[in-house]
Design a protein around this ligand. Structure first.
Ligand SMILES: Cc1ncc(COP(=O)(O)O)c(C=O)c1O
Length: 461
């Protein structure tokens, strides 16, 4: 068997990928049952002799492409899933060909440089102080974890304790304050860091999911406060300015989980929500949500570079190359070997520019407001103030709302998930994709209204 030449193979892959992307606007978002049945064909023993790469690709495309969920299209509104700007897919393809290990400047000067540049751009875009350090990680989960590791380091080292060396055995006690609405990844990070997911002070929240400032306990220099920019259900923001002011006075650390909401800093229309965010000590956000770069792509930013570095840096004789003064990426990340995620972030930032980023955030939020208006005009209840890109809707009874979600998911015109908001089962709409158009929104509203009316009529019959 003749092996397919690499050039031919990659041309074939590009054509298949392009055909896939072109099919997405016209196909069902969820895979059909027939397509899913074909997944069984992949389930065979490892062959003794290898299969030619072209045939590998053919199987992947013919079985795999129809069994994807078309999250990259403009009518996917589940979780907080962004799409992929064409510039970022292209950058990702080239970066795959480079196959750089982004650990060090000497393993990849280009990856390290794109990280430096992107960090500077992000820091400017978000209005963060000079000297902020950052790292490119898998997602906001790992960004939250890295930021909280920096917080743990900073507070304990000020108390004379070297947590990286000695762990938490016998360490001075830290207090962690979170809101009742803190994202699960904050709690998971606390558990990974030995700070305990239940050993936290939980501050009550208001009807919009915002931390109630009047219930914030007194802070001190042993306290980490986690606030959020963008509640995963309502999209709302905790009162950062007042939390940060109190934390500054007390010597406490404020971490902002801004997985998608931090991008609101890119547009002046959101100033009332974002006020004070830049005063925090650390921030976590995602590239794969509102910035629309491919998975997996998260970013951690820490005000005092030394804190992130101290929490993450590890050395061995065989790794000590390069100039001591340079920023070596792996000294700021939990991983060692790592793909060059900065490539796509850089491509997105450069391709969009400040105006394009602001426009992307503004557009997704405008579409969210269109959803809210369109659905409430049809008599359905919107449960949140649509301040960003998230919409919570009830179609009537909990059963009917759940039935509408199931119907939409199997119909395949648009995709939304469910959640429970303040005790009520609701449907969540998250508009996070650059490709969503007003026509997508209207088509989706029609599908939702049709489903709700039909299911209501069936249940009343
Ligand atoms: C507020 C918030 N924090 C953290 C995360 C986790 O992000 P990731 O899945 O990228 O790790 C999410 C995901 O939606 C989120 O909305």
């Amino acid at each position: 068997m003749e092996a397919t030449p690499p050039g031919e193979l990659l041309q074939d892959a590009a054509q298949r990928a392009i055909a896939y992307l072109q099919s997405v606007p016209h196909r069902s978002i969820t895979p059909s049952p027939q397509a899913l049945l074909r997944l069984g064909e992949l389930n065979h023993p490892l062959p003794q002799t290898g299969v030619d790469a072209r045939e590998v690709l053919r199987r992947l495309d013919e079985i795999g492409s129809p069994t994807t969920v078309a999250t990259t299209g403009g009518r996917y509104f589940g979780l907080v899933i962004g799409g992929t700007l064409p510039a970022t897919i292209a950058a990702n393809w080239l970066a795959a060909a480079w196959d750089q290990n982004a650990s060090f400047r000497w393993t990849s000067p280009i990856a390290a440089t794109l990280e430096d540049v992107s960090l500077q751009w992000l820091s400017d875009l978000f209005g963060l102080p000079d000297g902020v350090a950052g790292a490119f990680v898998t997602g906001a989960s790992m960004a939250n974890m890295s930021a909280l590791a920096s917080a743990r380091h900073a507070l304990l080292s000020r108390l004379g304790w070297d947590v990286e060396a000695k762990g938490l055995y016998g360490a001075p006690e830290l207090r962690v304050v979170v809101s009742e609405e803190a994202h699960i990844t904050i709690l998971k990070s606390l558990s990974l860091l030995g700070l305990g997911r239940e050993r936290v002070i939980r501050v009550p929240t208001d009807h919009r999911g915002r931390l109630k400032i009047e219930s914030l306990p007194a802070l001190d220099d042993r306290t980490i406060v986690c606030i959020q920019a963008g509640n995963v259900n309502t999209g709302d923001f905790d009162p950062a300015a007042e939390v940060c002011r109190r934390a500054r006075e007390a010597g406490a650390w404020v971490h902002v989980d801004g997985a998608f909401g931090l991008w609101a800093l890119a547009h002046p229309a959101f100033t009332a929500l974002t006020e004070g965010l830049a005063m925090a000590d650390s921030w976590a956000t995602d590239g794969h949500k509102l910035l629309n770069v491919p998975y997996d792509s998260g970013i951690v930013l820490v005000r005092n570079a030394a804190d992130l570095r101290a929490a993450m840096s590890a050395n061995a004789a065989y790794l000590a190359e390069g100039d001591a003064g340079d920023r070596e990426p792996s000294h700021y990340t939990p991983e060692s070997s790592r793909r060059a995620r900065g490539v796509e972030i850089w491509a997105a930032l450069l391709n969009l520019g400040r105006d394009g980023i602001a426009g992307l955030v503004e557009r997704t939020c405008r579409h969210a407001r269109s959803f809210a208006k369109g659905l409430s005009d049809q008599g359905f209840e919107i449960l949140n103030d649509v301040v960003l890109n998230q919409v919570l809707v009830s179609f009537g009874s909990p059963e009917l709302t759940r039935a509408v979600i199931r119907h939409l998911q199997s119909e395949g015109i648009c995709w939304c998930g469910g959640t429970v908001w303040q005790g009520r089962p609701v449907m969540r709409i998250s508009v996070s994709n650059w490709a969503t158009t007003e026509a997508d929104v209207q088509l989706s509203i029609e599908a939702m209204v049709r489903a709700a009316r039909q299911l209501h009529a069936e249940s009343s019959a």
